[in-house]
Design a protein around this ligand. Sequence first.
Ligand code: NAI
Ligand code: NA
Length: 395
Amino acid sequence: MIIEPKTRGFICLTSHPTGCEQNVLNQIEYVKERPVKNGPKKVLVIGASTGFGLASRITAAYGSNAATIGAFFEKPPSEGRPASPGWYNSAAFEAQAHKDGLYAKSINGDAFSNEIKAQTIDLIKSDLGEIDLLVYSLASPVRTHPDTGERFKSVLKPIGQTFTDNTVDFHTGEVKEISIEPGTEEDIKNTVAVMGGEDWQMWIDALKSAGVLSEDFKTVAYSYIGPSLTEAVYRKGTIGRAKDHLEATAFKITDALKAINGQAYVSVNKALVTQASSAIPVIPLYISLLYKVMKEEGIHEGCIEQIERLFNARLYAENLELDEAGRIRIDDWEMRDDIQAKVLELWKQATTETLPNIGDLKGYETDFYNLFGFKVDGVDYDKDVNEMVDIPGLQ
Ligand code: NAI
Ligand code: NA
């Protein structure tokens, strides 16, 4: 079939297998040239199909020849209906990995559930014996608690007061003011339940009880801080409470892994266009200005550049520097004083009229379409493609 983008607000309902494949192959090429010395060998990535998790899987596999198991929640294709992009990404990754002699298998389902945890552990036991790295890169709007069956919905709201500032609709380029009412205590609780550290801890507990964690095992989960501009709606909002919880969980996990000399980290990553971040108000305007400034300075990175740097310059480097709160920082370039001063200056000037010049709206839009395999360089979109693609290592 011929597949075209069909957007509804900040989502795209279609995705392109060839474009997704090209994105994956580009990331593989990037990492192949940057091997990770003493990198991981047997890796589980939760949230492995898109964004930072996909980049983590590719970096482990192609940076240090690691066997990878990817867990994710993606929609398979049906006749005439393309799959979700993470499906095609995983299909492309596993096909290439198998060609290159790398172990790569995957599990598609709700990673919050006990069933998916048990299935993953069985696969580790039968195929790998143990893992030495777990990357936790889940981003989800909902979670059903595996023990109580309660369904939690996360929300992106400020706490304590109404937040009012500008945002951009990147499809139309319109800059307009939005107001978001503060979240309730219930909203905070629900958001922490979805995006906090409880499920990460549950994964570690289950893996540890099953005896599948190696000596010196490491685990890393991803967090975000961002500038004062987005603080009220992000870091000091409901999602920020969840990130506080996630960060605190790292210390608990490290304590629980003393016997095997295990270590849990949180890495604070840069703001990037992903399916998760395009849903957050104000962030698209911030990202379009940030991209402009960082590209001008020659320090712009995407997911793969970020994660390759995380592995090579942080997690598997000789000396791992942490911030005052014990976190890994790969948002260091985003947060540089000179970068933030420029973004703040541009923020004050941003209107529908000025944004095309002062911001990187084009870059934002391209990245957004790329997430779904569209507008990818070198792909012929007029060519008929088969939407019914299998993931070769899917269990
Ligand atoms: P993403 O939307 O690209 O990836 C989410 C992944 O989670 C996908 O693989 C998806 O299949 C999987 N997933 C969702 N629900 C699932 C479920 N119930 N069971 C199994 N898998 C499920 O998101 P992104 O942006 O890569 O986010 C990953 C982490 O990085 C999140 O913790 C996010 O907060 C964090 N982060 C994101 C930043 C950004 O700007 N995008 C910046 C810093 C941190
Ligand atoms: Na991810």
